[in-house]
Ligand binder design. Structure first.
Ligand SMILES: Nc1ncnc2c1ncn2[C@@H]1O[C@H](COP(=O)(O)OP(=O)(O)O)[C@@H](O)[C@H]1O
Ligand SMILES: [Mg+2]
Length: 274
């Protein structure tokens, strides 16, 4: 894990994200009912939950777009309610819908953002990011011609301009086809490899299983399970069949924990969400 270019931000000890007793209601709808979580620096943390569980609400609070009703949250050691401007300096947020400009080329999009951030050598920054996310060949093409996976990768690349130590990816692969999902997964792994802390939300169990160092399940406003994949697997005894011992899948664990009083989990890329 590289830390050198992040060394100047935040207290160096302590988790990258810390949430305690966080609550949020929309009028009568009590969406978050006391959420606690810790995200270690340089890790990939998956917040898993069904559509409507409150994932985006939590990400919006952490990225200072929304204020919590109760509880505390810090990002990179800074309180999100107390010093939102400082928090915004250390994060980036990539939503489900790519924020790229279709008319521009991939490279032009990156250069534009680097200019807006008043960075030196925007062209060099753009070229480095294009290479890092395997977009060099497509750099000179208009984004309108990109596949869904390429757009999402470009979106993630754009969110990295300025080198934020903490990146929020809200459902980064919802709506993508299987090949594009794999491409985005590679991009996310690449982020973590460079030392960036990644909090991603997903309704896909396999996505959490593939990417995350740690997984938390948000259900009915609370974190009902939080651990490594191995921890979560230990919550269920391994099911044994006649000849081979079968480890439970994360999907089986999820269903066992949340019960069956919900719609089937969205395990297909066709799942919809907000
Ligand atoms: N601005 C809002 N006003 C009222 N209700 C909202 C608002 N935003 C979200 N909700 C509701 O809060 C719940 C959680 O939403 P959200 O955080 O978007 O869930 P997720 O991202 O997990 O799908 C849903 O029932 C949603 O309809
Ligand atoms: Mg959402």
């Amino acid at each position: 894990m590289s830390t050198e270019h992040h060394a100047a931000t935040g207290p160096e000890r302590g988790p990258a994200i810390q949430v305690r007793g966080l609550e949020k209601s929309y009028k009568e709808l009590h969406v978050l009912r006391g959420v606690d979580l810790d995200v270690a620096r340089g890790s990939i943390f998956a917040l898993l939950g069904s559509n409507g569980a409150g994932k985006t609400t939590l990400v919006k609070i952490l990225s200072t777009l929304l204020r919590a009703d109760a509880g505390t949250a810090t990002v990179d050691g800074v309180d999100v309610a107390g010093q939102p401007a400082r928090v915004r300096e250390s994060i980036s947020l990539t939503g489900q819908f790519a924020a790229v400009d279709e008319i521009l080329t991939g490279r032009e999009n990156l250069v534009l953002i680097a200019r807006l951030r008043h960075l030196r050598e925007p062209g060099r920054i753009a070229d480095e990011l294009l290479a890092r996310f395997s977009l060099t060949d497509a750099a000179g093409r208009r984004v309108a011609t990109y596949s869904g996976g390429m757009r999402r990768r470009l979106d993630i690349a754009m969110s990295l301009i300025g080198d934020p130590p903490v990146v929020f990816l809200d459902e980064p692969t919802t709506g993508l086809d299987p090949q594009a999902r794999i491409e985005v997964w590679q991009a996310v792994r690449e982020l973590a490899r460079q030392g960036t802390t990644v909090l991603l939300t997903t309704q896909y169990l396999d996505e959490a299983e593939q990417l995350a160092d740690r997984i938390a399940i948000l259900h009915r406003g609370r974190i009902i399970a939080d651990g490594t994949l191995a921890d979560l697997k230990r919550l269920l005894p391994p099911a044994t069949v006649e000849y081979v011992e079968k480890q439970p899948t994360l999907e089986e664990i999820f269903l066992a924990i949340v019960g069956d009083d919900r719609a089937a989990p969205a395990t297909t890329p066709a799942g919809t969400s907000n």
